[in-house]
Every structure is written in structure tokens, then in C-alpha cells.
Design a protein. Structure first.
Length: 219
């Protein structure tokens, strides 16, 4: 689709890129990934994926797109700067070593003094994996289900009081168990409606005063 589409990297994309670095990639891959890893243009496809952004900001529309979420402490501009750090590592000559150290659930909380693999891992987890956080902003990577069943000490990332990006409109995916799409009180719209699991495929039309939801059945 070329310049007609902008895509952002998610957690499964990072997992695929890390898997492809392994010598046993084909043996370790899920059956659904093997056709991609065996494709004659696999290297070209992975190279394209490795150069996708972690966030996209459209100033003309006044919208930001991210796969999972943005930490409460970061403004949109700070989130974009942190995303650029991760993009530079992912696109760099040592991306294989970087991907080997990327995965894990710690650190749980942002600290500007974080450095190296820990800093990049936190950035990746917040932008591509987060759903719930504790009231003090610590990530919770264990509970992944609905809001209704969530432990009382957890909040969806977008509901943290005084979130620095609360005045900006954000569209995100990742969270197929979220019970609503529109959260105008928090200025966010979550459009992963479980198409991969037989649900609907959702999109938002953003070039109007009120976002217009468009959905089709996955089948």
C-alpha cells in the first residue's frame, strides 16, 4: 500500500523479529508463522517490519496511534522521543543482540535514569504490551482480561489520574478483551475487537469532529 497506509509495531511483531534471529526459528515457530519464515521474500518482509514506527502522530488530524498505550508520566512528545530510541535500536546494525535482550516484565515503572536494555525493555512493554497498571503507575503484565473482572488495585492505563497525555486523542489496539471501543472521557479509542478470534475488524474514520466507527465481521 506504500504511503497510503501507516502501520505501527506491536508486541507480536517484535516477537516475530526476535524469533527470526534464532537458528532454530522454523522449528520453534507456531504453524501460522512458518509460511512467512519460509517465504522467498521473508528477509525483505522482516526488513520492512523492522523499520516500522512504534508510534504515529498526525498533527493535521490531532490524533496519535500506538499499539498498546502510553505511560501516565509521558506527554505525547516524550512518548515519541522514547519510541524513537527503540526504533533506532531496532533498525541498527546490532538489532539481533538488542532483540535477544528485549523480552521480560521488568522494570515495572519508568525512571528517567534507566539505561541500556532495561530502558528499551520498559519502552517496548509500555508501547506494545501494557493494559493494566497499579495506581502508582507500575505495569501489571499478568492480568489480561476484562475490566469487570480486574483486581480492584488495577486501572486501565488510560484511566490513571492526571495522565500527561489525557488532553490528546489516542487510538490503540492490542486489548481485545476491552469491553468498550470509545472512551471519550479519557480521550482514547481502543479498536482491537478480536478479529483474530472471530470477532469484528474495527476502524475509525478520524477526519471528522466525531470519530466514525466502521466494523466488518472477521469471517
Amino acid at each position: 500500500m506504500g504511503d497510503r497506509a501507516v502501520t505501527v509495531i506491536g508486541n507480536h511483531d517484535l516477537s516475530l523479529l526476535a524469533l527470526a534471529q534464532r537458528p532454530d526459528a522454523l522449528d520453534s515457530a507456531k504453524p501460522s508463522l512458518r509460511p512467512l519464515l519460509e517465504a522467498p521474500d521473508c528477509d525483505e518482509l522482516l526488513e520492512w517490519l523492522r523499520h516500522r514506527p512504534l508510534m504515529h502522530r498526525d498533527e493535521s488530524l490531532g490524533w496519535t496511534m500506538v499499539h498498546a498505550g502510553i505511560p501516565a508520566e509521558w506527554t505525547i512528545q516524550e512518548a515519541q522521543a522514547r519510541a524513537t530510541e527503540l526504533e533506532n535500536a531496532l533498525r541498527g546494525p546490532d538489532h539481533g543482540a538488542f532483540l535477544a535482550e528485549l523480552f521480560g516484565n521488568t522494570p515495572e515503572q519508568w525512571d528517567p535514569q534507566l539505561a541500556g536494555a532495561e530502558r528499551l525493555r520498559y519502552i517496548a512493554n509500555t508501547l506494545t504490551r501494557q493494559r493494566f497498571v497499579h495506581a502508582d503507575g507500575r505495569l501489571d503484565m499478568d492480568y489480561k482480561r476484562t475490566l469487570a473482572g480486574a483486581p480492584p488495585e488495577l486501572l486501565p492505563w488510560f484511566a490513571v489520574p492526571e495522565r500527561a497525555s489525557a488532553h490528546e486523542r489516542i487510538v490503540f489496539g492490542h486489548w481485545s478483551a476491552l469491553e468498550r471501543i470509545e472512551w471519550p472521557e479519557h480521550n482514547v479509542w481502543g479498536i482491537d475487537t478480536g478479529a483474530a478470534w472471530g470477532g469484528q475488524l474495527s476502524a475509525l474514520r478520524l477526519d471528522s469532529a466525531t470519530p466514525e466507527l466502521v466494523q466488518v465481521d472477521a469471517g
